[in-house]
Write a protein that binds this ligand. Structure first.
Ligand SMILES: CC(C)(COP(=O)(O)OP(=O)(O)OC[C@H]1O[C@@H](n2cnc3c(N)ncnc32)[C@H](O)[C@@H]1OP(=O)(O)O)[C@@H](O)C(=O)NCCC(=O)NCCS
Length: 148
């Protein structure tokens, strides 16, 4: 498959904004995406090489991302796991999640956690993740954070 993998680089912030929008996620500003990457332990990106890209680069399209946040010593949490709708079920999501878990292991954290989005539980179960109940405090219905 014509996929390449790399780590988060600010120059791909704009591509990430487009990927999130194409995947139906609320809009995030490019500066806020870049800040979130800078404050993460690890950011993984997947690119498709081909001709049918939407904008910007004639050959390269960002089609997947995932990031790991946390203190890097006790715990790490997986966030923003997303694969472009046209490129799902090609193993991209599992490769990014496996890389995140492997990175967490190199840090020595006891476990990597995540909060599965609605409909994504089957994906994590397929990868061998254990189900846990979780609580979250929401600041508001319309806020995504990252106002910059
Ligand atoms: C969830 C998501 C990241 C999966 O990415 P992907 O690249 O399509 O996943 P993979 O191809 O690596 O799937 C690996 C296995 O997980 C399982 N799986 C994948 N997507 C699934 C889904 N939506 N429901 C149930 N099981 C799923 C399958 O067993 C699959 O293997 P198979 O294709 O051989 O049957 C992708 O569907 C996505 O971006 N969804 C929208 C955003 C989202 O919900 N992200 C999760 C945030 S917590």
């Amino acid at each position: 498959m014509p996929y390449k993998y790399g780590v988060g680089d600010p120059k791909f912030g704009w591509f990430a904004q487009e990927l999130l929008l194409r995947s139906g996620w609320p809009r995030r500003s490019v500066p806020s995406i870049i800040i979130s990457w800078e404050r993460s332990l690890w950011v993984g990106l997947a690119f498709h090489e081909g001709e049918h890209v939407e904008r910007s680069s004639p050959k390269l399209q960002l089609v997947g991302m995932a990031r790991l946040v946390g203190d890097g010593i006790y715990t790490a949490v997986l966030f923003d796991v997303v694969v472009h709708p046209f490129h799902r079920r090609m193993g991209i999501g599992s490769r990014l999640v496996d890389e995140a878990v492997a990175y967490g292991r190199t840090l020595g954290v006891a476990e990597v956690e995540c909060c599965a989005a609605p409909g994504a539980s089957g994906f994590y179960e397929a990868l061998g993740w254990e189900h846990k109940d979780a609580f979250a405090w929401k600041f508001g219905k319309d806020t995504q954070g990252g106002s910059s």
